[in-house]
Ligand binder design. Structure first.
Ligand code: FAD
Ligand code: NAG
Ligand code: NAG
Ligand code: NAG
Length: 519
């Protein structure tokens, strides 16, 4: 099985064009009742091309219409209408968060895209231990609002300009997941519009099957219109630390020790720096530290390096305590002593760090380029073998983008959700976050795709029990393999909550009656 490619998307486009000619596709007759629905918001049938783009920049499917909902009932009325058209209708509905998918997952070819951001801002309500957030709200806004009350969510993604409904439909993983679990483990309640157009409030107590289905559910069971997210007291500041290793085993043993330790850091990640071509990836980008002088002269000498990234939260009154705790923790680690970097920043500055990089990349026109990303979950028992093959042989440099690598503990992942993870107590998130700014050579999509294929093929041939995160497949067989033993539950839930397969067609898991699925 190969990772996504342009060819797949292109083939689908051709098939859709043919389908338009030969099959029953949405035409004016089918869409005109949409205009007759009584809504608080409105539909647009033109200027829809912005909804045919995403962060991956590799797939583009024009929708037939875009719903700009003015209320949750607008979404329900729209889905109910499509449901009432029955099996014969090819119309589908895709919720679009911030469109930060990689391969068209939030698009709907000739269907209806619901612009969830139209509902944001509305009713972002902070309570004592939780916040109620609209599904289309950006996490950065959730943070800004909760901080006004001295509170914040516990589990994050590395980048906050993503929506609540979008990350909860995947998992939401970052350096806090070792302690709090992914974002889907930190939700108390959801409000969902199902594939029948019903509005259902669900939680671990009420309608729990739908609640767990939707978490990590890839948008297959309903549209999340509101999420109740657990909060904790927010720290004022974080000490943000980076240290380097040249030995993979010491690096991962230290990471594993830290995610197990009782009084540990508050955020634990890591990344891989490959400098074999002589150009060292700028591993301190977006870091404005009071660097020790000798550290800034550090030479990689052609070795593969591993950067451990950590934070410790603190408030202005307890800097001394924080420094003592950090010193004790660092004394237990085996990093290269001359490579200790740290800086103190506000909690908001730390959490919003990738946005700082985004602004720099945008200024150089390097943000809206194709992103052939590959995210893998690798069982701990194989991580060394994986590293030897991938960092030792397949990849020659890490100049196409960051390579993340950090462990999490499965006990923090609720196995009732739809999220698919490896079957082992500790597994690593390994993210190859490549950009493809050029048409040929090292910076091209073709080059990145070829490396991605080699990595995936290695995992499959070595049978290491890898699972993809933010996966993209083109056939239901591949999805079945991905879900493994969980497929039966996933399929049962689909029949129950979205029996006509109206929702999130861009995931290409369940074909709607008359559309081609497999390529
Ligand atoms: C720079 C960057 C950094 C990232 N870092 C991380 C990270 O650290 N950790 C991590 O876990 N992920 C990370 N991601 C991936 C992120 O989780 C996905 O992009 C995800 O799709 C969220 O993006 P979105 O809100 O724009 O959702 P979209 O891409 O718009 O939607 C994603 C899917 O969910 C469906 N959907 C959207 N909204 C809803 C809703 N309200 N209800 C039901 N279904 C819905 C869509 O139909 C689609 O199938 C990162 C992405 C980027 C671009
Ligand atoms: C994972 O978490 C569980 C539950 O907290 C704990 O018992 C176990 O020791 C952890 N495993 C490792 C290897 O850290
Ligand atoms: C990268 O590796 C080369 C050797 O291949 C070395 O000369 C160079 O100094 C390294 N770059 C840095 C910044 O360490
Ligand atoms: C989920 O975890 C529980 C407790 O660890 C276990 O008993 C159950 O079999 C697991 N279920 C699935 C579907 O893996």
């Amino acid at each position: 099985m190969k990772p996504p490619s342009l060819v797949h998307c292109f083939k689908l486009l051709v098939l859709l064009a043919l389908a338009r000619l030969t099959m029953h596709v949405p035409d004016e007759d089918m869409l005109s009742p949409l205009g007759a629905l009584r809504l608080d918001g409105h539909f647009s049938f033109h200027d829809v091309s912005a909804m045919a783009r995403d962060f991956g920049n590799q797939c583009s499917f024009l929708p037939a219409a875009v719903l700009h909902p003015g209320s949750v009932s607008d979404i329900a009325a729209t889905v109910r209408h499509v449901f009432s058209l029955g099996e014969g209708s090819p119309l589908t509905v895709a919720a679009r968060g911030h469109g930060h998918s990689l391969m068209g997952q939030s698009q709907a070819a000739q269907g209806i895209v619901v612009r969830m951001e139209s509902l944001r801002g509305a009713r972002l309500q902070v309570h004592d231990g939780f916040v109620d957030a609209p599904g289309g709200e950006l996490w950065i806004n959730v943070l800004r609002e909760t901080l006004k009350h001295g509170l914040a969510p516990k589990s994050w993604t590395d980048y906050l300009h993503l929506t609540v409904g979008g990350t909860l439909s995947n998992a939401g993983v970052s350096g806090q997941a070792f302690r709090h679990g992914p974002q889907v483990s930190n939700v108390n309640q959801l409000e969902i519009v199902t594939g029948r157009g019903d509005v259902v409030t669900c939680s671990p107590e009420d309608n729990s099957d739908l609640f767990y289905a939707a978490l990590g559910g890839l948008g297959q069971f309903g549209i999340i219109t509101r999420a109740r997210i657990a909060l904790e007291p927010a720290p004022e500041m974080v000490r943000w630390i980076r240290v380097l290793y040249s030995d993979f085993e010491s690096f991962t043993e230290d990471q594993e020790m830290l995610i197990m330790a009782e009084n540990s850091f508050d955020y634990i990640e890591g990344f891989v720096i490959i400098n074999r071509t002589g150009i060292l990836n700028n591993w301190r980008a977006s870091f404005k530290p009071q660097d020790p002088v000798q550290a800034s002269h550090f030479q990689s000498d052609g070795r593969v390096l591993y950067c451990l990234e950590l934070t410790k939260n603190f408030n202005s009154g307890d800097t001394d305590t924080m420094e003592q705790e950090v010193a004790v923790l660092l004394s237990r680690l085996r990093f290269i002593q001359s490579t200790l970097f740290h800086t103190d920043v506000t909690y908001l500055e730390f959490l919003d760090r990738v946005h700082t990089s985004e602004l720099k990349l945008r200024a150089q026109s390097l943000w809206e380029v194709p992103h052939p990303w590959l995210n893998l979950l690798i069982p701990r028992s194989s991580i060394r073998r994986f590293a030897t093959e991938v960092f030792g042989r397949i990849l020659k440099d890490s100049n196409n983008g960051p390579i993340l690598l950090y462990p999490v503990n499965k006990s923090k992942w609720d196995n009732k959700t739809s999220v698919v993870i490896p079957d082992e107590e500790i597994f690593y998130l390994v993210g190859f976050l490549s950009s493809a700014p050029s048409l040929s050579g090292h910076g091209s999509i073709a080059h990145a795709m070829s490396l991605n294929s080699q990595i995936v093929e290695f995992c499959e041939e070595a049978d290491i029990g890898m699972k993809q995160y933010l996966a993209h497949y083109t056939t239901q067989e591949q999805w079945k393999t991905h879900f493994g033993a969980r497929w039966e539950t996933f399929e049962r839930r689909k029949h129950r909550y979205d029996p006509l397969a109206i929702l999130a067609p861009g995931q290409r898991i369940f074909p709607k009656a008359s559309l081609p699925l497999s390529l």
